[in-house]
Design a protein around this ligand. Structure first.
Ligand code: CA
Length: 307
């Protein structure tokens, strides 16, 4: 068994002005981080988590490593929030998935309410337990699933990365097989789109991770797009485990590496920018035009003086 195609996609949604989600899509390591804290803080927290996970990607090989990475990200965010009052109290979810192609095992480490699902034979199984207020009320029998789905405090999480010096990390290892797809997502998907519809959309995407990610993000927006929505989808296929030439500095945390044409994130981020007609990249053409006009003006002045 080996990892086949993989795709990551993030979208601001229809109601938020900023995207505080980040993701990592660096086979065999994948992750979602959903930041909180308002202003720039949530964005910073999720970016720091994604960057820390990304940086450690080449050194991660078992459950202990994955938990270590999550704890290191926690410490990094917490330290930063102590020294910068503007981002005090910031935090993020983190759901990290590591595939071992040889043992055919998927190891998950997670904090918060971002989810991991395994899609197999048309069915979808949630592999993570939400660390959220409503999920705890459902588990204790004080709320039904249906009540939880519309609860006004359904986005309140009970555990986050970066808000305390130490964090309790949930881990789980499950078997995976060729034919499975694994989906990681922020609550911007799972709060807007029911599990049975997620399964149906993956099935309708002909098992193509990129098409599935597009369809899921589209569905979240169709259902209101109340929150940032981020999806990572990858497939497991027949074949020999890949010999991976891991390069450490690859940027797949939502800040694309312009030198790497194969960067999955880059494609996704550009998709996102194109779709919304905005984003950090769109200022460059205007800036270049201004510089070109200034150069022409300077040349005209010089020419009028030397003539
Ligand atoms: Ca969210």
């Amino acid at each position: 068994m080996r990892i086949g195609r993989a795709a990551g996609l993030t979208d601001t949604g229809r109601r938020r002005r900023q995207n505080e989600d980040a993701f990592v899509c660096d086979p065999p390591l994948f992750a979602i981080a959903d930041g909180m804290g308002g202003a720039q803080a949530g964005e910073l927290a999720s970016r720091l988590a994604a960057a820390a996970i990304e940086e450690a990607a080449s050194a991660v090989s078992d459950e202990e490593d994955v938990v270590g990475v999550v704890r290191a990200a926690n410490a990094l965010i917490f330290e930063r929030s102590l020294h910068d009052p503007a981002v005090a109290g910031m935090g993020t979810t983190a759901t990290v998935a590591l595939v071992d192609e040889r043992t055919e095992l998927l190891t998950l480490a997670h904090v918060g309410d971002s989810r991991a699902y395994r899609y197999r034979a048309g069915g979808l199984e949630q592999l993570t337990t939400d660390h959220s207020l409503v999920a705890e009320l459902v588990r204790s029998g004080r709320l039904t699933e249906a009540e939880a789905a519309v609860h006004p405090h359904r986005s309140v999480i009970t555990r986050a990365l970066g808000t305390e010096a130490e964090v309790e990390v949930d881990t789980r290892t499950v078997e995976v097989a060729s034919g499975d797809l694994v989906v990681l997502c922020s609550d911007g998907l799972s709060a807007m789109v029911r599990d049975d519809e997620i399964a149906r959309l993956i099935g309708a995407s002909d098992r193509d991770p990129h098409a599935a990610a597009e369809a899921l993000v589209h569905a979240a927006n169709e259902h209101g797009g109340d929150d940032n929505v981020t999806v990572v989808v990858f497939e497991l296929i027949e074949g020999e485990p890949a010999e991976r030439d891991r390069h450490a500095a690859e940027a797949t945390d939502g800040h694309p590496d312009p030198a790497d044409p194969d960067d999955v994130t880059r494609e996704s981020v550009l998709d996102d920018v194109n779709r919304h007609g905005a984003g950090k990249g769109s200022r460059w053409p205007a800036l270049l035009l201004v510089l070109a006009l200034l150069a022409i003006a300077a040349f005209a002045v010089w020419w009028s003086l030397v003539r």
